[in-house]
Design a protein around this ligand. Sequence first.
Ligand code: SAH
Length: 347
Amino acid sequence: MQWTDLRSMTAPELLSVVTELGEKKFRAGQIYDWLHKKLVRGTDQITNVSPAFLGRLTEAYPLYGVRREACLSSDLDGTKKYLFRLHDDNVIESVLMPYKHGNSVCISSQAGCRMGCRFCASTLLGLTRNLYPSEMLDQIYSIQEETGQRVSHVVVMGTGEPFDNYDSLCRMIEILSDPKGLGISRRNITVSTCGLVPQIYRFADDLPQVTLAISLHAPNDEMRRKLMPVANRYSMEELMEAARYYTEKTKRRVTFEYSLVRGVNDGKDQARELARRVAGMNCHINLIPVNPISERIFEQPDRSRVDAFAGLLAGNHVQVTVRREMGRDIQAACGQLRKSYVERSGS
Ligand code: SAH
């Protein structure tokens, strides 16, 4: 058995460990229901299974999850940023965004990140470790528990590169979309990658219903390499071919994220070059005015420049939206809350 913690097990795996430990089959279903539907924080809240058996079970397979350490709420739009502590004292961030169509939770897939994108705060301290499926799930579970409101959408766009933690990511999605658990539709789950090409192919084959977003941030290799070290591993051509494979295999639209940095990638020429790059693809471009981070001098373009960039794309028949900035007042860009916390406790 590869997965040794209780909440990372799929229903069939839990069944096999429960029966191996000598309990009746139906106990596995009960425990899975407590863990993934009733969302208990600890096994002491499980009332219809004997504590003696639960003790034996958790001795063999510990129950991992997240513990709320801090929470910041936006007065502007109801966005909440959570800092969670893991069983080994690492901390991670998640964000709740209430929309008209439902509650969306943005989760982290790793503690830290090793991709090194220049404008991103989450990568500044490097990768600490991958998260277990249970730790990804429990970010969603504990937010749903706390708010008392159903989470309807999940985006894997917090700290970390989800395709750098591929197997745990897929297992997490399998459990999250299981009707015996929260049963969140795979179409309502979005995974964002900086562009790990082999995993894009695998993902299209393994989980074709899940929405894919690819962080592009530049219209050509030269500029992309300046912003994202991953561009030295995979060319735009290879990346676009993988994206096309995803759209053809899944019959779904791919999203390209493009963070606009003033004076770097936000000019008219870049907009035109980008439009040529994606011409004819079943795609959508999401423009994100860059969130300045204190460690680097990257600035947001003015609104008029953002609109001009979007206008040029639209004029070239490219579907485009500008991401609404959520939780501006509790911001410090994604990853900064965790970073300041880690630095403070380390000093
Ligand atoms: N590693 C994944 C997911 C995490 S980042 C990825 O790269 O896609 C989610 C998105 O936020 C990515 O598009 C990322 O490039 C973008 N991002 C990171 N830092 C940002 C910043 N300071 N301002 C705007 N967007 C940023």
